[in-house]
Design a binder for this molecule. Sequence first.
Ligand SMILES: Cc1cc2nc3c(=O)[nH]c(=O)nc-3n(C[C@H](O)[C@H](O)[C@H](O)COP(=O)(O)OP(=O)(O)OC[C@H]3O[C@@H](n4cnc5c(N)ncnc54)[C@H](O)[C@@H]3O)c2cc1C
Length: 544
Amino acid sequence: LSIPRLPTPSRIFTTSNYLDAQSLSTKLAQHKPNEVKTVAIIGGGLSGLACAKYLVDAGHVPIIYESRSILGGKTSAFYNPTTDPSSSDSIETGLHIFFGAYPNMMNLFTELNIHDRLQWQPHRMTFALPSIPGGFTSFNFPDNVPSPLNMAYAILTNNKMLSLTDKLKMLPGLLPMYIRGQSFIDEQDDLSVTEFMEKYGMPESVKIELFNAMGKALDFIDSEKLSMGVILTAMNRFINEADGSQTAFLDGNQPERLCEPLKEYIEGKGGRVITGIPVDEVITDDTGLIKHLIMRDGSKVTADHYVSAMPVDVFKRILPHAWSRNTFFKGLKNLKGVPVINLQIWFDGKIKSSKRGLCFSRSECLSVYADMSLNVEEYYNEKESMLSLVFAPADKSMGGQRDWIKENDEEIVEETLKELRRLFPGELYEKETPGGVKVKKYAVVRTPRSVYAALPGMNVHRPTQATPIPNFTLAGDWTSQKYLGSMEGAVYAGKLAAEVVVEGRVGEGKWEREGMKPGGNRGETPIAFGGGQVGIGDDFIGHD
Ligand SMILES: Cc1cc2nc3c(=O)[nH]c(=O)nc-3n(C[C@H](O)[C@H](O)[C@H](O)COP(=O)(O)OP(=O)(O)OC[C@H]3O[C@@H](n4cnc5c(N)ncnc54)[C@H](O)[C@@H]3O)c2cc1C
């Protein structure tokens, strides 16, 4: 209504990835089950919701058990906990950006008939220029030019970040990514960004100007520590699709605008969504099959089949003792969620130089941010800016300057404002610039364990959705799928899990991807998870 909307880029519906997503949906919807199964899905994030959606399409009866009172997991939002108790704004777990190269997510929006809820942005990528306070530059992707030419044009016509020599020196590393695709990407997963750049002779400036910003945005990790597989995967998805890197915001908070229609769809076709009671334990019989789940309130849940759509850190805690000796689950001990912080800051006036779309702040502690008052219908405000900012890396183990995740809100906000003063010189209130806009209120949301940390060599430890346990399947963005830890990855993994259940591919669990070192699924070597216990160190801490 108040914010101009661009149409959904039509080319995203013609890519081979989109057509694959569509044909998997069709296959599941046309399935005629011999036996209708009740499927207990643990976790009501996007992956659990997507899994349930495709299971009802296939004629089964999924029941989601979500521990919190709100659906959405890492995309959830809460009302009110700002520094102003009289307000009732929604506070999101994180600033969430959708990309054209999210074929399963785009397909899901089509199936739910809610594409008009995506607020597409002009096709460009905007970066702050750290050496010029208040300076920004954009890579502009021309309309109606096919990939990869539109990306080549965007890169070649921007000279503010990389020289022509830098760009040419990127080619030996990036050409095989384009030509060989996934097999090349998987082979590089063991290398950090720095190691990959040394191997392919890329200049340091590429890391400073580009890869640092990408790493912090994609996985909340500094590029010194990050696996190069992350950068290559994102570039590969973007370079192969003309509108792959075009971004969109949802027009409001995800629990209402995306999870609610999913819940209505699932319940409208016979499934159920139960919130507010965590699953506490998975009870197995002598053969390792799940007998039932025990809920926090002491009740038991039995089903024909069970799916975990929990984050990896929680799954490790809940893993039955009987399974911990199976080599399929061996790699789990290496997977761990990355800490990240998201801030929402409301100002008492408009930040005049604030831009539409997503910006890479390229500062020490901030990753990406957006002025929600300009971009998202729910937060639209003509007079006052509201910034949503991703603060990363949030601890030293991921390359942060400090363990910010443990700091108090005031220190985090102070550091953020310090960096914002460089992005908007003279526009934020300080004693010396009394005319600037003042902070009205803020909310700081910490996610101590978010997406799995994509450190070098981790990809091989991500298990497939099919497991060796005949009545158990895995979902979640951290399971093996080609879209990183992301909303697209979560939806795709949920859909793949539904396919495993529908096809009865039970007890299969194998390491499917070529070029990966097999973790094995039927090996007999017992694995030590700390004396039979599966420990993850500190607990996953949610918001409620
Ligand atoms: C700050 C931030 C910014 C992000 N930005 C982007 C972005 O711009 N673009 C993008 O694509 N992705 C982004 N992501 C990543 C994205 O949010 C995740 O990849 C995705 O939402 C993961 O979905 P999931 O369903 O796999 O897991 P989750 O969302 O973690 O869902 C798991 C669910 O399981 C529930 N659960 C846990 N334990 C139990 C239990 N014992 N019993 C029952 N339920 C349980 C949890 O409460 C949760 O609801 C961002 C994440 C964060 C934190």
